[in-house]
Ligand binder design. Structure first.
Ligand code: PLP
Length: 430
């Protein structure tokens, strides 16, 4: 699952001065494979449950290779008609799959972090514009104050995004959450003035979704911009069995998600979705004399990037080849495996700290030290890979299933390995 000491030692082969002269490119590729491949983590494999990762579907890899060979700059339709057309098609499919308003624009960016940055910058500029302040022109110095409301369990990258766009990581109002990490809407603040509220679809530990109808009602009443971080959770809407979780989510003004997690495309691929394309344009339009306005979606005027690769190619290819039922099955399969593993571990006497409502499972032994020993034993065993987290003051082993290739057999093999490790680590009686 992870490289051995010997594998890592081979990385030393890369250490050399920049060669003076050209050499056979095949020799460089051979070195990359020989010294590089063994020093990778098997995160594309079917039993890698670390972070919230996912693998790469073969169609995503193949379409990505073709796209890379084309070397298209997706900044403007004039630079790549195919990128522009696939942008429009993919946008429409995503909007329908997630049940979002038909007007919603899509910005393809590097990941959910940048999708949060993109949407929150648009939110900031819109809210302050409504208060008579033009942020893109005048910056934030001297601007009216803006209140940012987040759930206590907002993802760390939401705070990073807020820091980047000048609103401050700590200058936020944190709303208390329930035991699954869901915002408690009755505790939303009574404040006035320009406001942004960040909710989430898919808490990174438990998979929980915030109660969107109540949060949306509050946002409407307070004229707040509602943003939803759904890095992996938004994809749950592809499966009718999970769709109830997203009730009310379409009322938001913007959403952030990842394609490189649950959709199983390669890094780096995230998507910012914004209800009104004009809001992206206000924040991201760049003006130069040699750039006449065009027909069609001009990515460089709606995203933080100018030149950009056409990430929509891989997203389109996966969506087209799986279709609605394939996308539903991708999600349903991960959820089924998460349930299968958690049920077996609970049956054997390990504690499951969350309601397994999606693809996330939090496992704990009787105390933190034993849980840590269990995690170390599982990682050393190498049948599957799970990482540590903290949940409600307790250390937990987090199992996140989002690979396209995880089968029942992988789930069972992983369960057996975890139980074997639990006995070894003293988390279960020997
Ligand atoms: C993974 C994740 C992010 C950050 O996504 P990147 O793709 O790593 O930028 C943000 N929010 C949530 C809920 C996540 O799970």
């Amino acid at each position: 699952m992870t490289p051995t000491r010997t594998d890592l030692a081979e990385l030393q082969r890369f250490v050399e001065p920049l060669p003076e002269h050209p050499s056979d490119p095949r020799q460089t590729l051979t070195l990359l494979d020989e010294a590089g491949s063994p020093a990778t983590v098997a995160s594309a494999g079917p039993r890698y449950f670390g972070f919230v990762t996912g693998g790469t579907l073969p169609i995503a890899l193949a379409a990505g290779w073709l796209g890379m060979a084309w070397d298209q700059n997706a900044a403007l339709p004039v630079m790549s008609p195919v990128a522009a057309r696939l942008h429009e098609i993919t946008r429409g499919w995503l909007v329908n799959l997630f049940g979002l308003p038909q007007t919603t624009a899509a910005a393809f960016v590097t990941g959910a972090t940048m999708a949060n940055v993109t949407a929150l910058a648009a939110a900031r500029d819109h809210q302050l514009s409504a208060a008579g302040w033009d942020v893109p022109r005048h910056g934030l110095c001297g601007a009216p104050p803006i209140t940012v409301v987040v759930g206590e369990r907002a993802h760390s990258t939401v705070f990073k995004a807020l820091g980047l766009i000048g609103l401050g990581r700590d200058r936020v109002h944190r709303v208390p959450v329930d035991e699954q990490g869901r915002m408690r809407p009755e505790l939303l603040p009574r404040v006035q003035g320009p406001m942004i509220v960040c909710a989430q679809a898919g808490e990174v530990n438990t998979g929980a979704f915030d109660p969107f109808p109540q949060i949306a009602a509050w946002a409407r009443e307070h004229r707040a911009w509602l943003h939803i971080d759904g890095a992996f959770g938004l994809w749950a809407l592809a499966d009718s069995a999970c769709r109830h979780l997203g009730h009310g989510l379409a009322e938001a003004d913007s959403w952030a998600t990842d394609a490189h997690k649950w959709l199983n495309v390669a890094y780096d691929s995230g998507i910012a979705l914004v209800r009104d394309p004009a809001h992206l344009q206000r924040s991201f339009a760049s003006v130069a004399d040699y750039l006449p306005p065009e027909d069609g979606f001009e990515a460089m005027h709606h995203t933080p990037q100018s030149s950009q690769r056409a990430r929509q190619i891989e997203i389109w290819a996966v969506m087209r080849s799986l279709g609605r039922s394939g996308l539903a099955e991708l999600v349903a399969n991960s959820c089924r495996q998460a349930h299968r593993i958690s049920a077996a571990l609970a049956q054997a006497g390990l504690e499951i700290l969350n309601d397994v409502m999606l693809n996330q499972v939090l496992v704990a032994a009787r105390d933190d030290e034993t849980t840590q020993r269990l995690i170390a034993t599982v990682q050393a065993d190498g049948t599957c890979w799970c990482g540590p987290t903290k949940w409600n003051e307790r250390t937990a082993m987090r199992i996140s299933v989002c690979g396209w290739n995880t089968t029942d057999h992988d789930a069972d093999r992983s369960t057996e390995a975890i139980l074997r490790c639990a006995h070894e680590a003293g988390a279960l009686p020997r």
